[in-house]
Ligand binder design. Structure first.
Ligand SMILES: NC(=O)c1ccc[n+]([C@@H]2O[C@H](COP(=O)([O-])OP(=O)(O)OC[C@H]3O[C@@H](n4cnc5c(N)ncnc54)[C@H](OP(=O)(O)O)[C@@H]3O)[C@@H](O)[C@H]2O)c1
Length: 287
């Protein structure tokens, strides 16, 4: 399968996958809202300006494609009543994909969203993510679903606030941090080897750390700036969440990451798509 439409290529995790698929000589088309940005990032790709809220834009981008790669998210500022690319957006994408006889849908999910329902945890964002997986699996189209652990990038691009790495509460289980470059290589390999079969791939890195341990390693080997950790108690995060959508998001994601009992489950992914090679220490040094 050579002709792939990517939706979400300008995002934090869409970028490395798009770059890797272009470098591996796939025939790539991007559906983007910001064409100028996409042209700057990916001068070699075919770029179509559009929005997932608009069926005509999805149809225009999907014409002549064989497969889709979806790297979508629910933004920290989105309200439950808003349009969600992983909610109504996925419905539209699947509908058009059936109409245009798309052969494969590859989708970036997450491992931690499986915390939904554990210890009574119920969050509307994880419900949307669970539903997205269910809808793709029931579409009748072959699928590849990636369930990554925490990305190393999230320490720098999401937890870093000024000169501090922000943590919350107590991290109970170690997480198998993965670098997006290793994940992107696995995505490329999945498009190379899969034909008609569907697959669920857990994406995990070489070493597992609790979040405070990971932050310490990152700080030790990141030399461009002196950083330190700051830990907020969960009750403060919960309280702040009552007044701000962004803090409510922060509270829920930290609660789930602290308590999801992550185990190593990526052996099948490593066997089929290759073993990751980047350690957290190397990642921090290279960033
Ligand atoms: N961070 C982690 O450690 C981690 C771990 C496991 C899984 N994940 C999963 O990774 C996923 C993606 O994360 P990310 O950080 O890459 O997200 P992101 O940076 O928010 O990227 C989302 C992408 O979707 C595009 N988009 C948004 N609304 C759109 C619309 N209406 N029409 C067309 N395109 C639209 C965005 O385009 P614009 O550039 O125009 O906004 C962007 O390219 C999340 O769902 C998360 O659950 C993350």
């Amino acid at each position: 399968m050579k002709k792939i439409l990517i939706i979400g290529s300008t995002g934090l995790l869409g970028k490395p996958v798009t770059k890797a698929l272009i470098e591996a000589n796939f025939d790539i088309t991007l559906l983007v809202r910001d064409k100028t940005l996409a042209e700057k990032l990916f001068p070699k790709a075919r770029i179509i300006k559009g929005d997932v809220q608009n069926r005509a834009d999805i149809e225009a981008a999907m014409q002549g494609q064989e497969a889709l790669f979806l790297s979508l998210s629910v933004k920290q500022t989105e309200k439950e009543s808003d349009f969600h690319t992983e909610g109504e957006g996925i419905d539209l994408i699947i509908d058009v994909a059936k109409q245009l006889k798309i052969k494969r849908i590859a989708y970036l999910s997450s491992l931690v969203h499986l915390y939904q329902g554990m210890n009574g945890f119920d969050w509307w964002i994880f419900r949307i993510k669970q539903e997205a997986v269910r809808k793709i699996k029931e579409s009748g189209i072959a699928y590849t679903i990636f369930y990554p652990s925490t990305f190393m990038e999230s320490i720098f691009y999401q937890s870093k606030q000024g000169s501090m790495i922000a943590l919350g509460g107590k991290s109970e289980y170690p997480l198998y941090y993965i670098a997006s470059e290793d994940y992107a290589r696995q995505v490329v390999n999945s498009f190379k080897i899969l034909t008609h079969e569907s697959r669920d791939y857990v994406v995990q890195g070489l070493e597992a750390f609790k979040q405070d341990e990971a932050a310490k390693i990152f700080i030790q080997f990141y030399k461009k700036e002196k950083l330190r950790t700051m830990t907020a108690p969960m009750f403060i995060m919960k309280l702040m969440g009552l007044f701000s959508q962004k803090f409510d998001y922060g509270y829920h994601i930290v609660e789930a990451l602290n308590k999801y009992p992550e185990k190593f489950e990526a052996q099948k992914t490593w066997d089929e798509l290759g073993k990751p090679s980047i350690t957290l220490k190397e990642f921090a040094k290279k960033l």
